[in-house]
Write a protein that binds this ligand. Structure first.
Ligand SMILES: Nc1ncnc2c1ncn2[C@@H]1O[C@H](COP(=O)(O)OP(=O)(O)OP(=O)(O)O)[C@@H](O)[C@H]1O
Ligand SMILES: [Mg+2]
Length: 376
């Protein structure tokens, strides 16, 4: 397939709408084109050193250490039954120390399940999760589990349901301090809670109140204080701001960014849409129906999205400029446009350095050829 044909196909995909039905691609042209690559080349998923050097790119991982490694993770529910759900279907990614990885995708695509799998709330159906080099499934003794639980904390999706209504804020926040025996005495315990309340923008007096006496934003701050109480290395924030007003969302995001700067905490930040993770993420992963369909540096995902689903997510963000907003076209993602066959080996492939897309070998070659390295 010539460069011109590739461009034409790209334009066809670009202008395609759901009403048009599946895109008609001349298979013979693609087969002919693909035949110039060996099987090994077609099935490779990462760029060669030469390809990376040609792109003149500083590797994202340079000077960074992996905190989390997720390898071919699968989490199915109701296995073997009629209502089997592949909530996570073979996903792999790393999270580096001190970074924020944003995870986005529509409701039900498996974001919370991914977060819950990382803190070992489930026994994985398949694959592995390593935390600081240790396979989390191998952590079995009570003592080791306790140590592991202290290093990883989760801030939950619903600020109304995640705080025990019968406990005072003091005891909610101090729960982890008690479990891990971090306080020397009662006074030290109280002082730690007061300090945490101040860190999240609340005050000492709030310690004696019950959760129902707080607004949603304040409750979410209590949830953050509770997570911070055990001085974790890693926090999974599961849609921590979705239930909040826009003005409060910004405050909670700022608070988390400050904590990251000051304490070097690593974050997995889960959200529905890309506008929420834009300012907080170093890299972004996009999920669709249990699969990770795109993963890359935040600016690459915004300025140069490659997967059609990512493009549709981006097109859903309202634009601040009224003129552009009036002409904004919402794209609908139709998975049929890929026209995959049973023979296609679909995998997350590195299209440009550190920019991965879930695609077939054919799509991989086309995406690589057309990649705009000057998108910035
Ligand atoms: N314990 C469970 N048992 C059975 N199915 C489950 C369970 N937990 C999640 N699921 C299913 O797995 C899929 C992924 O759910 P998950 O909660 O991870 O989605 P999500 O991306 O977090 O969605 P949302 O944005 O609505 O929070 C859904 O289809 C859900 O119904
Ligand atoms: Mg969820």
């Amino acid at each position: 397939m010539s460069e011109k044909d590739v461009k034409n196909l790209d334009e066809t995909i670009e202008n395609h709408t759901i009403e048009d039905g599946p895109i008609q691609v001349d298979e013979s042209e693609i087969k002919e084109d693909a035949s110039q690559y060996s099987d090994a080349e077609l099935n490779k998923t990462t760029l060669t050193a030469e390809e990376k050097a040609a792109a003149g790119y500083k590797p994202y991982a340079e000077g960074k250490t992996k905190l989390i490694e997720v390898k071919n993770l699968k989490q199915y529910f109701n296995v073997g039954k009629k209502n089997e759900v592949k909530a996570i279907d073979d996903i792999s990614f790393d999270i580096y120390k001190g970074e924020t990885l944003g995870l986005v995708g529509e409701s039900g695509c498996g974001k919370s399940t991914t977060g819950r799998s990382l803190i070992k709330l489930y026994n994985a159906t398949g694959g592995e999760v390593y935390f600081d080099g240790t396979d989390i499934q191998s952590i079995k003794s009570k003592k080791d589990l306790l140590k592991f639980n202290r290093r990883m904390q989760m801030i939950f999706q619903d600020p109304y349901a995640s705080l025990n209504p019968r406990l005072k804020v003091m005891d909610i926040i101090a729960e982890g301090i008690d479990i891990h025996k971090l306080a020397k005495n009662k006074q030290d315990r109280a002082n730690r809670v007061y300090e945490l309340l101040e860190t999240v923008g609340l005050n000492k007096e709030h310690a004696n109140r019950y959760p129902h006496e707080f607004s949603g934003g304040q409750r979410q701050r209590i949830g953050i204080a509770r997570a911070l109480a055990v001085e974790p290395d890693f926090i999974i924030a599961d849609e921590p701001i979705s239930a909040l007003d826009v003005s409060i969302q910004a405050q909670v995001v700022n608070l988390m960014q400050r904590l990251q700067r000051e304490r070097g905490i690593t974050f997995l930040f889960i959200a529905h849409d890309l506008s929420m993770v834009k300012y907080i993420s170093d890299r972004i992963g996009v999920m669709y129906f249990g699969k990770l369909v795109e993963l890359g540096p935040a600016d690459a995902i915004y300025a140069n999205p490659l997967h059609e689903y990512t493009k549709s997510l981006l097109s859903a963000i309202p634009l601040p400029d009224p003129e552009s907003e009036r002409t904004r076209v919402r794209k609908t993602y139709n998975p049929d446009i890929h026209a995959y066959t049973a023979d296609d080996v679909l995998e997350l492939r590195e299209v440009a350095p550190d920019h991965f897309v879930y695609c077939s070998p054919k799509e991989y070659e086309i995406l690589k050829q057309n990649y705009n390295h000057d998108y910035k």
